[in-house]
Design a binder for this molecule. Sequence first.
Ligand code: SAH
Length: 244
Amino acid sequence: MGNVYLTGAGPGDVELLTLKAARVIKEADVVIYDRLANPEILKMAKDGCEFVYVGKEDGRHIMPQEEINEVIYQNSLKYENVVRLKGGDPFVFGRGGEEAIYLQERGKTFEIIPGITSAVSAPAYAGIPVTHRGVAVSFRVVTGHESPNKKESQIPWDNFKTDDTIVFLMGLHNLPKISKKLQEVGKPADYPCAVISRGTTKDQTVVVGTLEDIVQKSQGVPTPALIIVGHVVELREQLNWFGQ
Ligand code: SAH
C-alpha cells in the first residue's frame, strides 16, 4: 500500500532541496537516509516520523546495498509514505536505480524526485562552471572509486585526452592514481584541477592546483570531496563568489 519516494537531498546547502522533496519529507511516515543527506533536512519531518539511518561513506557501505533495499521494501509494507533520502541526486552514483528495481520487482510503487547533484553544484559554489563557451563544450561525471590501475577498467581513460571537463566523485582516496593516469594519457603536468570538499556548505574548502601538485596540496582535506579537472577551473579566479 505504501509509496516510496526516492528523493534527492541536494548537495549540502539545505536551501538546495527541491520543493517537491520538501513536500514529501513533510508528509513522510518514515525517512530512510544516509550520511550525505544534511541532517537539518530531517527537522522538516512531522512529529512521530520515524528515521532510519543506513549510513554510507564514500561509496563504502556500512550497511550492504541489498540490506538497504530490503529496509526500504519492509518500510513500504508498514507505512504509507516512505522517503528514501539520498545526497545529491538519487541517480547520480546514488544507487537509486538499484533501489527502484528492487521495489519494482516486488510490485511496489515508487517515485523518483531528482536532486541537485554535487557534481555540478559544488563546482558552482566554488566559482567553477562545468561548461563555458570557448573553454569546455561538455562535462563528464566519473566514478573515482575504481582504481585507475584496475586491469579491466570500465573507464575509457583514453577518451580523457580532450579538454572536456571531468568531475570525479568518490575519488579522493584515488587522487594520486587519477592524476597520474591523466598524465599518462597525455594531459600536461600543469593541467588545472581542483578538489572541492563539503561543497555548498559553510565548511566548503576548495584546493586549486595542477595534476602535478594537487595530491600534495589537498592532503588532509575532509570528505565528501570531488575532483574537477579542466580549464574551467581557471574561471574561479573571476567567479569565486561563495563565502566572500
Ligand atoms: N548522489 C550524489 C553522489 C553520491 S557519490 C550526488 O548526486 O551528489 C558520493 C560522492 O559525491 C562523494 O564521494 C563526493 O565525491 C561527492 N559529494 C557529495 N556531496 C558532496 C559535497 N557536498 N561536496 C563535494 N563532493 C560531494
